[in-house]
Design a protein around this ligand. Structure first.
Ligand SMILES: [Mn+2]
Length: 436
């Protein structure tokens, strides 16, 4: 930040959707943690004025102690370097009962929550601004709720007050904007652009794990921020599931820099995407359509032999309909082991888009009740399943019993442990399992 006349140089980082601890697989979680560490180190090197977090720092509102500890350690590094962090809670780390572990970060002064405000008597949501002491930039935002319920808050947002406020302003939000939604997000809840307050210099978006606009990530140079392109979603900092790992391989964040002129409320800013690559990901697709099981095994073998895996994360997606053989006969563990033996860091295999002609879909007649459809489905599936010592009728009855047991939800007052015991006992009974 260097002043010349009224103009002032500014630089800030915009992070979103870190989802620390999102994976059940600890080896991959580690990479998410490393991505966050690397981001914080880069931010310190870049010597920014402040950091914005647009929600979902955590994957859940009550993450385990390792995750909270890591967040504290990294955010403290920023504070030790006098870099304030302004943020909001996202759909994942928000807690309706105010039990989010983000609270600890706020209390410790490591995370400045800018989504502050009250609902007035005439049912308007009035948000307050938080001024960054160094740059005098005014920041506000609207935190998310579960299932995009914050859209209800947007509908009662007092936009006039926000629009009238003078100065250079940033709005942080964790909501999809309909007009900017890529096709793959078409089924997700979103709010029209018109619900965002006007007259802000920058709109720091979160929730979308894809970078929007596209060109910011594709073309890692600086892009001018103007009236048309001031809503930016950096996307996730690290992939949070198989599909994202396969599709994006890595994540990143944005650095926004340039000059602001507070008295004339003008600015010249540009945004640059900083890719955070911690480990290379190799996405493999195996087209199994119209192939037999041995043919697929040959293709897999060939692919494994001819690909370099050293220290890489490997995702294998098997798609299509096999001409013969059962999909579960594909030995996932053996495939994984072969790739691990070639030095891979971790292997993930996905067979959800794989089917077989031996198990063709069953057609259900329309005009039947749900119960009739369910009975038909179970009956037809039972005919195709071979289990030792069980007749087709036995299988059918057991599926019905299983569904009845699974259909019973845990009552609020029932402890999770008791519920798990209830499930376990019933499974043992249905399958006549004895403990050894
Ligand atoms: Mn998210």
């Amino acid at each position: 930040m260097i002043r010349k006349k009224n103009k002032m140089k500014v630089k800030f980082a915009h992070i979103s959707d870190v989802h620390l601890g999102a994976w059940r697989n600890e080896l991959i979680n580690e990479l998410g943690y490393k991505a966050f560490e690397k981001t914080v180190n880069t931010i310190i090197e870049e010597n920014v004025d402040f950091v914005i977090i647009s929600g979902d720092l955590y994957d859940v509102s009550n993450p385990k102690v390792d995750v909270v500890d890591l967040a504290i350690r990294e955010l403290k590094k920023l504070r030790d370097n006098h870099i304030p962090v302004y943020g909001i809670m996202g759909s994942h780390d928000f807690s309706p009962s105010n039990k989010s572990m983000i609270r600890l970060l706020i209390t410790a002064g490591l995370f400045i929550n800018v989504s502050k405000g009250d609902i007035t008597d005439n049912n308007k949501l009035k948000l307050e601004f938080t001024e960054d002491p160094q740059t005098k930039i005014k920041i506000t935002g609207l935190r998310a709720r579960k299932r995009s319920l914050e859209i209800e808050d947007f509908e009662i947002l007092d936009r006039v007050i926000l629009e009238k406020e003078s100065g250079i302003k940033i709005f942080i939000f964790h909501t999809l904007i309909s007009e900017l939604k890529p096709i793959e997000y078409k089924d997700m809840e979103s709010a029209p652009k018109s619900l965002l307050p006007l007259n802000f210099t920058y709109y720091a978006g979160g929730h979308m794990h894809k970078t929007v606009p596209d060109k910011v990530r594709k073309n890692e140079r600086s892009h001018k921020i103007d009236n048309k392109t001031k809503i930016i979603y950096p996307g996730g900092l690290y992939p949070v599931n198989f599909r994202e790992l396969e599709q994006y391989q890595y994540g990143g964040f944005c650095i926004i820099s340039g000059e602001i002129d507070i008295p004339s409320e003008s600015s010249e800013l540009e945004v640059k995407y900083i890719a955070i690559k911690v480990k290379e990901a190799v996405p493999l697709y195996i087209d199994c359509n119209n192939k037999s099981l041995p043919q697929v095994e040959d293709i897999l073998e060939e692919t494994i032999q001819s690909t370099e895996f050293t220290d890489k994360i490997v995702t294998i997606r098997m798609v299509g309909t096999l001409t013969s053989g059962k999909t579960y006969k594909i030995k996932s563990d053996e495939i994984k082991q072969k790739i691990m033996d070639k030095g891979a860091y971790e292997v993930l295999l996905n067979k959800t888009a794989l089917s077989t002609k031996e198990y063709a879909p069953i057609n259900v007649l329309v005009g039947k009740t749900n119960q009739e459809i369910e009975e038909t489905l179970i009956h037809e599936h039972a005919q195709k399943i071979d289990i030792k010592n069980l007749t087709k009728k036995d299988v059918e009855n057991k599926i019905h019993e299983l569904l009845t047991v699974l259909g019973k939800e845990r009552e609020e007052e029932m402890r999770v442990r008791d519920y798990n015991e209830y499930l376990e006992e019933n499974f043992k009974r249905i399958f006549q399992l004895e403990e050894e």
